[in-house]
Design a protein around this ligand. Sequence first.
Ligand SMILES: [Zn+2]
Length: 446
Amino acid sequence: MADIYLYNTIARAKQLFEPLDPSNVRMYVCGPTVYDYAHIGNARPVVVFDVLFRLLKLVYGEERVTYSRNFTDIDDKIMNRAAEEGTSIRTISRRYEKVYTEDMAMLNALPPSRTPRATEHLPEMIKMMRTLIDKGHAYEAEGHVMFHVPSMDNYGRLSGHSRDELVAGARVEVAPYKKDPADFVLWKPSSDDQPGWGSPWGRGRPGWHLECSCMIEKHMGETIDIHGGGQDLIFPHHENEIAQSECANDGKQFVRYWMHNGYLTVDGEKMSKSLGNFHTVHDLVQDHPGEALRLSLLTAHYRQPVDFSLATVAEQKRRLDRWYRLVDGVQAAETVPASVVEALSDDLNTPKAIAAIDALAAKETAAELKAAAQFMGLLTQDSSAWFRGDTPDGITVDEIEALIEARSTAKRHKDFAESDRIRDRLINHGVILEDGPSGTTWRKAD
Ligand SMILES: [Zn+2]
């Protein structure tokens, strides 16, 4: 069994990964708030933790790994969207949940073992708040339930922020019902026209942090092995998840390894609608193969920033074309090549794993190349389907095949003027021919 090393945010070090129970490895990643299309930055943790999910299953066994990723289906953004459209939060959240599931599948991300929804865990949330109140870690105030940060001795371990720093840095006016400026919301009241649920503290809705703590405990227990998400979630979201779960469970460790992926920029800048560099996954998969988008996200190490651009996607598409040409008609090897497993076992070093696949391509060891790439969620189609999916404008696949056939006939008859004429005609349509020992194949010009 390969040793896996992971960078643990809370330890600020790369550590040997030792699950609590190797027959039940548990990973949770914070999922989307479903009120709109996911952008390419949202897809980064999905693809990164999908690679880790595949690695864990390889090392510990297919049935011994549970990966949960939630849907946040109650949130002010969802409420605003529903109000704009004059519909229910359920209509909005189910619509974007479906789109999200389809778009992530286009990136060859495996479905997680479980995808719990926040709104289906209200009893668990009420129970956790009662426990926190009973143990002196939370209090009720004006229809809110607040977590009392000074009640926890070691708050701030993950982010390294002390409570004093938090208070000094607080820019917002402190709500009058807070006992301490650092206290955060577990439950807030809903007005009559807002969605809400009955609770011992009145009709209201949960705070975002509480949802994850409750879904984790319900589906995977009080202690899990890996908790992942984007760097932007370290504080306050993950810090507050620790506070809630560890205080509810008398200090029992909540998460053994915290993992956070870095930011994504587009063309060197922060992605924003106003800069015109905003890409939704839904739009990108219309024009680019999902595997090229996936590979683009994996070219940088997950803890580093990654710069996304359409030029990178085109470059990764060419790399995949190269690999697809080599594996045409080849059966994948049964075992995943060690070079790739080793690279990924070293804190998910995907650039090194991609280089290892390139090295297999250079040696033309096609069966190993295919096994390695498929393990990373790539080369999952037949080469013919990959290149066919790539039809240039103004000509159909049938027309291309017919012209290739006509050219082969001309060549057999030594009519080279005619065969050249057909080749040039295809080039004008952006179709490149490649003659090989098993006949002629074609691809779209770069
Ligand atoms: Zn979360």
